[in-house]
Design a protein around this ligand. Structure first.
Ligand SMILES: Cc1cc2nc3c(=O)[nH]c(=O)nc-3n(C[C@H](O)[C@H](O)[C@H](O)COP(=O)(O)OP(=O)(O)OC[C@H]3O[C@@H](n4cnc5c(N)ncnc54)[C@H](O)[C@@H]3O)c2cc1C
Length: 394
């Protein structure tokens, strides 16, 4: 093949790969398109390149490298093993940046109940994305920041595999909705993803009865600089507090709803103890649970939030996206051909994803129905909150 011109060699290799896919023989270096540079897309790119540097991978991310939303991402210690074993470099980067703790504190009716848990680790989402970007770039992935992914049908025709890692509002999932059969369950509660420069020493739930209704904060540290501070409440409490006075489309992308933030700061002033509330494109959101019947359409495959979401109250979405990436990379290197690999990926991941979504559903509904528990004494309330999810098996 060495006497062929470069572009002809590429075409021949591509033709052979297509032939191999067709009869399910093991595949060689692949041409892969990834849409979305969140934790799922980036981690998949890194794992594929790490296993075979000859893969040709292009990743499109509509945002600039340094743009990101959200604050900390929490993982339970017991779920970190897979990530550590798959890419020691990523695991090493992550472990140096983790905030770690064991306690869960539940603040309710002026009392604090503390429970010792199995252990948590959290990292700022910005830092996680930075370290995954660094890793994929050093492995030779072609990342196109500030660029929308090309039309998916174009990608599907020109690449061996197209990964739709384009998040909960996936346009690729919508484009092939007939095939993926998504269901989008928009939940009633309102939440806002905020941060604080107060470094919390535990995973904290601040549950407060206000004059407008019950409001809760899900808070946990992510570094020695700050903590995640998610405000959540029922639509009744939200309307009663006057938070409905400004629609989200009144704010340009990237601009936070500062008026609402000032009110949250005032409501939780005691808990903040003079610390700031940090914003980053912070607006009221209704959580949407995404489920999909099928994860693949030909050589286009869904991963992470594009395929499934799990309510933030169980802190599992990033972990699910990264585990999807791990499984897909394994399957592509262990199975004969893309078809078999994609089938194995979905068969392997679906039970775990659905089990996690059931736990997330129970947790989410508990917080949606929190009014039912507000008259309980703090100890009983604490037990109820801690046992809100059906058991799942990681
Ligand atoms: C309030 C809140 C708190 C959370 N807390 C936690 C937590 O503690 N722990 C946890 O594990 N998870 C948490 N999650 C969930 C977590 O954020 C997601 O599950 C995770 O980010 C999913 O990763 P992903 O790569 O699938 O998608 P995303 O992170 O959403 O990445 C998708 C990327 O695709 C890009 N994109 C979209 N369309 C295009 C296009 N057409 N062209 C180019 N680029 C495109 C987007 O810009 C984005 O960067 C939380 C979520 C919320 C809402």
């Amino acid at each position: 093949m060495s006497e062929l011109p470069r572009n002809a060699r590429g075409k021949l290799q591509h033709f052979r790969l297509r032939e191999a896919i067709a009869d399910e023989r093991p595949i060689g270096p692949m041409k892969i398109a990834i849409v979305g540079g969140g934790p799922g897309g980036l981690y998949f790119a890194a794992l594929m390149k790490q296993r075979n540097p000859a893969h040709h991978i292009t990743l499109w991310e509509r945002n600039a490298a340094s743009d990101t939303f959200g604050f900390g991402i929490v993982f339970s210690e017991e779920t970190l093993g897979g990530i550590g074993n798959a890419d020691p470099v990523v695991a090493h980067y992550m472990s140096r940046r983790f905030a770690r703790w064991r306690d869960i504190d539940i603040h309710f009716k002026g009392q604090t109940n503390t429970v010792r848990a199995q252990g948590f680790a959290a990292i700022s989402r910005k830092e996680l994305l930075e370290l995954l970007q660094r890793r994929t770039l050093e492995l030779g992935v072609d990342i196109r920041f500030s660029t929308m992914g090309p039309p998916v049908e174009e990608l599907a025709a020109n690449y061996d595999l197209v990964l739709a890692a384009d998040g909960a509002n996936s346009a690729i999932r919508a484009k092939y909705a007939d095939s993926f059969k998504p269901s989008l369950d928009v939940r009633p509660n309102k939440y806002m993803w905020l941060g604080t420069n107060k470094v919390l020493e535990a995973f904290k739930y601040f549950v407060k009865e206000t004059e407008w209704g019950v409001m809760q904060i899900h808070g946990y540290p992510y570094s020695d600089q700050g903590s995640t501070f998610i405000a959540e409440m029922s639509p009744d409490a939200w309307h009663a507090a006057g938070f409905d006075d400004t629609a989200n489309d009144a704010f340009a992308p990237g601009v936070s709803n500062e008026k609402a933030v000032a009110k949250i700061r005032a409501i939780f002033a005691d808990e903040l103890g003079g610390h700031q509330v940090l914003t980053n494109n912070s607006k009221w959101v209704n959580f949407t649970t995404v489920r999909t019947k099928n994860w693949r359409n030909g050589n286009v495959v869904l991963l992470g939030d594009a395929a499934h979401t799990a309510h933030f109250s169980i802190g599992f979405g990033t972990k699910l996206a990264m585990d999807d990436a791990l499984e897909l990379a394994d399957c592509l290197h262990e199975h004969a051909g893309v078809n078999a690999a994609l089938e194995a990926y979905e068969a392997e991941r679906r039970p775990m994803v659905e089990s996690t979504q059931r736990a997330a559903q129970a947790s989410m509904e508990w917080f949606e129905n929190i009014d039912q528990y507000k008259d309980q004494d703090p100890a009983q309330f604490c037990i109820n909150l801690l046992t809100r999810s059906r058991p799942y098996r990681p």
